[in-house]
Design a binder for this molecule. Sequence first.
Ligand code: HEC
Length: 272
Amino acid sequence: MIRIISIFVGLFFTASLLWSLTWDTIQLGKDGLPHTAAAAYGEHPKKLALASDGPFGKFDTAQLQRGFAVYQGVCASCHSLQHVSFGSLEALGYNPAEVKAIAAKATINAKDPLSGEMKDRPGLPADHFPPVVYAGKGAPPDLSLITKARHGGSAYIYSLLTGYEAEQPAALVKHFPDAKTPEGMYFNPYFGNLNIAMPAPITSDGQVTYNDGTAATKDQMAKDVSAFLVWTAEPELEKRHQVGVWWLGFLLFTTVLAYMAYRNVWAEKKGH
Ligand code: HEC
């Protein structure tokens, strides 16, 4: 009797497993396509390897400087970087005089210490990047923390910047007429709903001039600005990695110590 019951229970589990598997396939619809254009045509981020990756990763300051040049030359007209202070750019290898010069190019609206009124003045190293007034379509987010705020982080930024396609796939428009890119939007399969309000920002090689001799190809600029945005989101990353390594060493040491103590205790017991 027990045997028959257990056979039935087993059959029941197998049947429900099979059903849940086929249910997924049924969900795909008649054409074998998922129900939304984003599910059918959205892409996962491309691979991006950066020096700061992994538990021992360190920033490549030359790359961060190039990425900063891309931010300044291309992104800064639409995106702010309000969590970053000019002074912190010294971590990229700029000397205090260079930082001062970078800050001075910005216009900061701040309280005038003499009159107490709000006034425009040139930036100082202690200032943060100012807000950006944007009049176009859509709302460009502040980029300071964007690599933490998006799934895929730097790889997502890199993919988004290099992922624009001039035309939507014909099959997409055929199967999902509602997902057709609206006027004034741009098709990008790496963006959540496939159509983004940001026009492709990196459009030609040499758009930015690098002063370290690296060829400013579109791909290189996209990589460099992604690396830079990893730094803006976590300038303390190297410190975190160092603390991690220190802890690993400490754990290893205590493990060895514990093992030696164990041997010692048992050596005494066996000796008697
Ligand atoms: C002409 C203005 C403009 C420029 C230049 C520009 N962006 Fe944008 N960006 C936008 C707008 C508008 C959005 C909001 C898009 C939306 O939500 O559809 C956006 C969104 C983004 C997003 C967020 C995407 C998401 O997942 O929500 C990232 C990341 C981004 N931009 C990075 C950059 C980088 C890096 C550069 C420079 C290489 C740059 N942008 C240059 C206007 C711009």
